[in-house]
Design a protein around this ligand. Structure first.
Ligand SMILES: NC(=O)c1ccc[n+]([C@@H]2O[C@H](COP(=O)([O-])OP(=O)(O)OC[C@H]3O[C@@H](n4cnc5c(N)ncnc54)[C@H](OP(=O)(O)O)[C@@H]3O)[C@@H](O)[C@H]2O)c1
Length: 289
């Protein structure tokens, strides 16, 4: 449970039974303290008495994220919303919407609690997303786009709407080219980021984001991007939301290096949360942090 004293925010007018509406500002305040604090806040536990069941469940789900120290190694949480048959979109790329409203709301909460949201070029090309927190109160995260081949058109919303900072992550060797496309302030050129096969060194990316003060990172998709973070040991937790829908021959979610024997297959520690008709698996992958 995180170390945080909510009492200044719980005035005498605060209701005796606290719900998610009452919890959310406290979560945002914890994040604000983490971002601004030189030292951790005092070790006072959030009192569980008085919260309703929904708020207690949400706090349990978010606690690993809220419990991040102000400094330290980058900490990475990923998400994928998938069908029962393991697809995150149809073959043509339609993913609106695999999951129900509760998972969508959860995505926006994760954006608000993280310093940056990371997406692959495939998702940006197909969805033209905004990656903002428009469904919840809270600051928009910095938007980080992984586009090693610089194939994305500069007219996409993340590069033009200026709702939140955007960083197009590419190899330093192509930084000038990227700057000509989307503007120098929207480029993060990292030396040695992309190898000859076009694969990114995600440890180098995390280090570069950390130098920008971005410590708690949310990898929102798609499947290729999340899978590469896991394969390189760069993801601490994964929220995998399974919806009772069958897509059939769609875009795959996790695609990890194959194993021969069942005994060698990882079985991460897990917790399960109901999200309306969907089931969210919270997987502890024990990544870099
Ligand atoms: N259901 C969900 O939760 C969810 C979430 C997000 C997106 N989506 C859907 O998923 C689909 C897109 O997912 P996707 O898996 O096809 O693509 P993606 O993960 O969004 O993007 C993959 C591309 O990003 C670049 N990239 C990402 N990580 C990289 C790395 N480590 N090294 C080098 N390049 C990297 C590469 O670009 P290049 O191809 O240029 O090399 C790669 O092919 C869309 O249909 C979208 O709507 C669903």
């Amino acid at each position: 449970m995180n170390a945080y004293d909510p009492r200044p925010l719980m005035s005498s007018s605060t209701p005796r039974t606290f719900d998610v509406e009452a919890l959310w500002p406290l979560c945002l305040d914890i994040v604000r303290q983490r971002r601004s604090a030189g030292a951790p806040p005092p070790p006072v536990l959030l009192p569980l008495e008085g919260w309703n069941d929904e708020a207690v469940e949400l706090l349990a789900l978010l606690d690993p994220l809220l419990d991040r120290p102000p400094q330290g190694a980058p900490w990475v949480i990923g998400q994928l919303g998938q069908s029962l048959d393991g697809c995150i979109a149809t073959r043509g790329g339609d993913s609106n919407y695999v999951n129900g409203a509760q998972v969508l709301l959860h995505l926006h909460r994760l954006r608000a609690l993280c310093d940056a949201v990371i997406v692959g070029a495939g998702t940006v090309a197909i969805d033209n997303p905004q990656l903002t927190t428009r469904r919840v109160a809270g600051e928009h995260p910095v938007r980080v786009v992984l586009d090693p081949a610089l194939r994305l058109p500069p007219s996409l919303r993340v590069f033009t709407d200026r709702q939140a900072p955007t960083l197009l992550a590419c190899d330093a060797a192509r930084e000038a080219e990227a700057a000509r496309r989307v503007g120098a302030d929207q480029v993060l050129g990292v030396p040695g980021l992309v190898n000859a096969e076009g694969t990114m060194d995600l440890h180098a990316l995390l280090a570069a984001l950390e130098r920008r003060g971005l410590h708690v990172l949310f990898v929102e998709g798609g499947g290729i991007t999340v899978s590469r973070f896991i394969a390189q040991g760069c993801m601490n937790r994964l929220h995998l939301s399974v919806a009772p829908v069958l897509i059939g021959g769609g875009r795959p979610g996790l695609l990890l290096p194959p194993r021969t024997a069942m005994r060698d297959c990882p079985r991460p520690a897990s917790r399960v949360f109901r999200m309306g008709a969907d089931v969210l698996w919270d997987l502890d992958l024990r990544g870099p942090g």
